[in-house]
Each structure stands twice: as structure tokens, then as C-alpha cells.
Write a protein that binds this ligand. Sequence first.
Ligand SMILES: O=C(O)[C@H](CS(=O)(=O)O)OP(=O)(O)O
Length: 260
Amino acid sequence: MGPASFLTLLSRPPKPRSSGLTHVLDTGVTPAVAADLLAGTAPYVDIWKTGWGTAYLDDRIADKLAVLADHAVASCLGGTLLEIAWAQGAAEACLAWADEAGFTHVEVSRGTVPMALDAKHELVRRAADRFVVVTEVGAKDPAQQHTLAQWGDEAGQDRDAGAALVVAEGRQSGTVGIYDGEGTVREDVVDEIVDAVGLDRIVFEAPRTAQQAWFVRRFGPGVNLGNVALDEILSVETLRLGLRSDTAEVSLPVTMEPVR
Ligand SMILES: O=C(O)[C@H](CS(=O)(=O)O)OP(=O)(O)O
């Protein structure tokens, strides 16, 4: 039995696409779990990030990355691992290992380790000969947050250094970076980054349903959403298509508004 087809829904561009990306956060599932998940969800997943240092401990990481490749899902190394490698003088070894394992993307960030912007951009340039480079802007420590101008400046400089995409920090928790401590979107920060690099170049980390719905309502179904939990892939797609109350205006006739 194929997917249901009795509704008139928005037509989403097929993969590989350049907007409306869903970037998921893998906290360490097995290759078998990845294969089972993607058997039903691969059309809705664009980038699969192995969170922080989980890939480093996984002796079957190459098997998992092969599963992703079979489903046309890009694989991205978590930024924290490269930060720690850089701090230990092992950035090149980390990149060589990631290349051998089969990663297609790496994330270059400085959210944990004190790293000058110049060093971040040197890392972007060094990685760009082997990988699609995604950078992340924003700190993980709520006490070390960027000023508004720094958000836009760093995003723009990351793009100029060679970043294909800029990830806006929200962590797995959704309580720092582009969010306040309660998880509410900091709209001034979002506007600043969009002005700096354009909507299609940004992946907004949005681990919570309310955050995902906010971005779909604000920017439409083609917004790039990141740090989506593996068990929420279909849920995010329903928000994009208007199959959940929070964004139902996307799928309802124009003459009808959702009851809220
Ligand atoms: O930057 C991130 O969102 C992630 C997950 S968290 O911040 O540790 O919650 O880190 P990363 O190292 O890029 O996987």
C-alpha cells in the first residue's frame, strides 16, 4: 500500500532540494534503526547530523553513513567533535577520519571552544576541499550570547568563507541562541540572520513543535529546520504541509480559517 493520496496538498520540491530542508539530530542510533526509520521517512530528510561526539564512539559509523547514502540523505558531523579536535591540535585528523567514514558534510562551529573567528574560517576553508561545509553561529552557554550585530556579521562572514549553509544555534534543548530560556523565538535575532545571508542559507535549529510551527507560520513550508528529533520527522513534514492544527491554514481552503 502506498502513501495516502486523497488530499490536495502543497507540492514540495523533491530531493535534492535547496530549501525546505529538514536537518535531523541523531543522538546515536544503530545502522539498523537508521535503516528502519528512513525506509518510511527518507523523502522528508535532507541532512542527518550525528550529534556532538557520538560518531567518534560508534564503531559502525561507516555502516550508518552507507545507509544514509542509500536513502539520498546527506550526513553531517556534529560541530562539537571538530571543535574538540581543533582544541587538541587534531582538526586535520578529525577531517581525515570523517572523510574515510563517509561523511558528506561537516559542521564548523565555535559554540563550546574559545576559537577566534579567523580560526573558524580557516577551518571552513580547510574542510571545503572534501566536504560540504555547514557553519553554526551562536554559543551554547546562555551567559555567552552574541550581540545582535554579531549574529549577522558572523553569519555573513561564514558564508563568505565558504559555508553552504549557516545553522542558527538552538541546541537540542531549544533554550539558547535563537531562543530565550523558555524556548520562545528571539525574533530580532532571526531577522538579523535572515537579513545577513538570506532565508535559504539558514537552518534554524528548532527541536520543539512550537518552534517548528512558528518558523513554518513565519516563513512558510520552505523554511529550513534543524535539530529535528528522529521520531519527529513525519511530524515536521505535517507542519510544512498543514496537516497539524498549528499550521492548518496551509492546507485548508482559503475561505476557511482554523479554529484556534
Ligand atoms: O549545536 C547543536 O545543536 C548540537 C547539539 S547540542 O548543542 O549539544 O545540544 O551540537 P553538535 O555538536 O553540533 O552536534
